[in-house]
Design a protein around this ligand. Structure first.
Ligand code: ADP
Ligand code: MG
Length: 238
């Protein structure tokens, strides 16, 4: 499948010759080497790839959690190459929602407080009414006062979706969000994710190693096709 690259104002992600190299001092380990890629505003894209192919590294890079080693990467109109860590943190707080693979919910806080925490670093003020609305949208009207450990396996990811949307991000990044679920719960959570992104006008990029997940997405990409670092032996010298 050819990778279509579009350029223009409606692009929310644009990259050229993006490389991520982990440098241990003694060794260079190139995990990402992507010549070109782009995502249009409003798209819902699933990236499929095996474990260890660099999917989480890619999402971390898009979110500004990792610095760009080489090449160009523009997300939500902001060039991330050369951007300081502080600026990348501010960029993430303003534009990015992130659903971590293990959800990273804070166990000492209730569902509502977890969503409120998602607003903490955003330029907007914390808004409990908005946090409640978000939890209602993901189908959690009642367990607002419960802590994550008191919630079921399909309630926890809903809190994670609510928290990721709490700063009203332009781009939502989801890392293997359904990996540990029963197939029925998998589809439920995915549909909530796709619907809520539509409602909020939020672009979605999800990475997964599960083939059945990509069937629900209109746009899919195979990571091995566009990450050249996976195409030869991993860890080649940069
Ligand atoms: P995936 O999410 O597709 O399973 P990852 O992005 O987690 O893949 O990892 C890709 C490769 O990069 C793996 O070989 C992993 O060990 C390596 N890697 C990830 N993070 C680091 C790091 N901070 N330093 C060195 N190597 C790393
Ligand atoms: Mg991963």
């Amino acid at each position: 499948m050819a990778i279509v690259v579009k350029k223009g104002q409606s692009m929310i992600i644009e990259l050229d010759f993006l490389e991520i190299i982990f440098d241990s001092g003694k060794e260079h380990f190139k995990v990402l080497d992507i010549p070109h890629w782009g995502v249009e505003e409003g798209d819902q894209v699933a990236i499929f790839g095996p474990s260890g192919s660099g999917k989480s590294t890619f999402l971390h890079t898009l979110a500004g959690l990792l610095p760009v080693s080489r090449g160009r990467l523009t997300v939500c109109g902001h060039p991330l190459e050369g951007m300081s860590e502080v600026k990348r943190d501010q960029f993430r707080a303003q534009f990015i929602g992130y659903i971590y693979q293990n959800f990273n919910l804070l166990q000492g806080f209730t569902a509502l407080e977890n969503v409120l925490l998602g607003m903490t670093f955003s330029p907007r003020k914390s808004d409990p009414a908005e946090a409640k609305r978000l939890l209602e949208e993901v189908g959690l009207s009642h367990p607002l006062k419960y802590h994550p450990s008191q919630m079921s396996a399909c309630e926890q990811p809903r809190v994670a979706v609510g928290r990721a949307l709490a700063n009203r991000p332009k781009l939502l990044l989801a890392d293997e969000t359904t990996a540990s679920f029963h197939p029925v719960n998998k589809e439920d959570v995915l549909r909530i994710l796709l619907d809520i992104c539509n409602t909020h006008g939020c672009t979605l990029v999800l990475v997964t190693h599960e083939r059945e997940v990509i069937g629900l997405f209109q746009k899919t990409v195979t990571f091995l096709e566009f990450n050249r670092a996976c195409q030869g032996p991993l860890g080649g010298q940069p």
